[in-house]
Design a protein around this ligand. Structure first.
Ligand code: CA
Length: 226
């Protein structure tokens, strides 16, 4: 059974979420505030966390940071906040996905399944990432366009690609990529990303102008799709 920790202080929404998820055979633990959420996360080891950002005792982003100190459990953020910098802050802190309230109860289970699937997909034994256009071997550190046709990548290109393909389907923010590849002091150099992503597409995508795998999320970041 998939266990979901629901962190939300609105009792009506909690009730709706619990009914909806139990009907789909999820085990649900509700937490009305951040402190309870952190305690339950350690005790119950949920498979996925659904987290409201506006909590009575602490900011949801701090809950994400506290969780990320010890667990990679998928976190799906629910928030009434529409501003894109709030989303980016939650994603930078380590959230996996984001739904803006009000949302459709039909959409939630699909998002939960996708979040759980993604953590399974990035299990450490994953070494080869195969798409129709290219194959990446994360252990041998090679990229091929076709069997035996290797693509030469610079260390910087490789570092970027490695982060993206290790997180299939997941939006990686510009800031996360810049900090990881170039260091915290360069985290505003979004032009670096544009240049290097264009190079990677030229080397790997069959139609670099219409990429199918190395996707730009305008103003937010990048995403690798198989
Ligand atoms: Ca709230």
């Amino acid at each position: 059974m998939t266990r979901v920790l629901v962190v939300e202080d609105d009792p009506q929404l909690v009730r709706a979420l619990v009914i909806n998820m139990q009907a789909r055979q999820y085990g649900v633990d509700p937490a009305p505030d951040g402190a309870t959420a952190l305690r339950l996360a350690a005790m119950r080891r949920p498979d996925v966390v659904v987290l409201d950002l506006g909590l009575p005792d602490m900011d949801g982003v701090d809950v994400i940071k506290a969780l990320r100190g010890w667990t990679r459990v998928p976190i799906l953020v629910l928030s009434a906040r529409r501003a894109s910098d709030e989303k980016v802050a939650a994603l930078d802190a380590g959230a996996d996905d984001y739904m803006t309230k009000p949302f459709s109860m039909d959409e939630l289970p699909a998002r939960l399944r996708a979040a759980v699937r993604r953590t399974e997909a990035v299990a450490p034994e994953t070494v080869e990432v195969i798409t129709e256009d290219f194959t990446i071997d994360l252990v041998a550190k090679t990229a091929m366009r076709a069997p035996g046709v290797y693509v030469r990548l610079t260390p910087t290109e490789w570092h970027l690609l490695e982060i993206l393909v290790s997180n299939p389907g997941r939006l990686i923010t510009q800031k996360q990529l810049l900090q990881e590849v170039w260091g915290a002091s360069q985290s505003n150099k979004t032009n670096y990303l544009r240049v290097y992503m264009a190079q990677l597409r030229r080397k790997l995508e069959s139609d670099p102008a219409h990429p199918r795998h190395l996707i730009t999320e305008p103003g937010m970041g990048y995403r690798f799709e198989r």
